[in-house]
Design a binder for this molecule. Structure first.
Ligand code: ADE
Length: 234
């Protein structure tokens, strides 16, 4: 899969693209990820990419010309174009699963007070990563790139996805590693027992309890299995 990020600040992506799992995915050829500088497309002799808003008001607005010339230079019929912005649909794990099926994602990052509204006619959808306002879309595009890239087959072992938070509608159970006792905080006995069925039940119960405690909204429309009901009643 290919992800093209259009930004005024490509230098923000240097560490992101050359570290850890994202770096490995790129080196293995599983994900091609590029950050393209919108400013290189401006036809303004002073290299400007933004202007004052018509009608007055605070801040600067990104102009159509550099943004859309940049977009047109990378877009193909296979591309899906996502605009990063706080007024978009909220990103989540289900959206990441949907996006990983695409051949080519283009993530358009805004800065300053926003885009000329006519740019929206050239994008497929607007996406927000949460109910807060960032200084620009770059961090949002990194969040989306990260969440999507790790779902590309071969990037991380398939089994890692099975018990992951949100994959089965629940938050992931707590995990432990050595030592068994850290300053009196001990690992639950059952995890040391080697009894796979008991460990499975324990983890499911912990997932259910954790989700009920911190994200009860995730359980609102859940069809609980008989086993899940029993574990919750214990
Ligand atoms: N740009 C500014 N705020 C944003 C948000 N919450 N999500 C995506 N892009 C943004």
């Amino acid at each position: 899969m290919k992800i093209t990020i259009l930004t005024l600040f490509p230098e923000m992506f240097e560490g992101f693209l050359t570290t850890s799992i994202i770096k490995k995915a790129r080196l293995k050829g599983l994900a091609e990820i590029e950050a393209i500088d919108i400013r290189e497309f401006t036809d303004d002799k002073h290299n400007r990419v933004d202007e004052y808003p018509f009608g007055g008001g605070q801040g600067m607005i990104m102009k159509c010309q550099p943004v859309l010339d940049c977009l047109k230079s990378v877009r193909t019929p296979q591309s899906r174009v996502l605009l990063m912005g706080p007024t978009g649909q909220q990103f989540n794990q289900a959206k990441a699963r949907e996006l990983v099926k695409q051949d080519h994602l283009i993530l358009l990052c805004g800065h300053y007070e926003g885009f000329d509204a006519r740019i929206r006619a050239y994008v497929d959808e607007e996406i927000s990563i949460g109910d807060y306002v960032l200084t620009g879309g770059e961090l949002a595009s990194m969040v989306i790139t990260d969440a999507v890239t790790r779902l590309v087959p071969g990037v991380i072992t398939e089994e890692s996805h099975l018990d992951e938070s949100f994959e089965n509608g629940l938050l992931e159970y707590p995990q432990y590693t050595r030592p068994v006792d850290y300053e009196g905080h001990t690992v639950p006995e059952v995890l040391l027992s080697g009894h796979h069925e008991n460990i499975r039940k324990f983890r499911l119960k912990e997932s259910l309890r954790l989700t009920l405690r911190v994200r009860p909204d995730l359980l609102e429309n859940r069809n609980f299995t008989r086993e899940e009901r029993k574990l919750l009643d214990e």
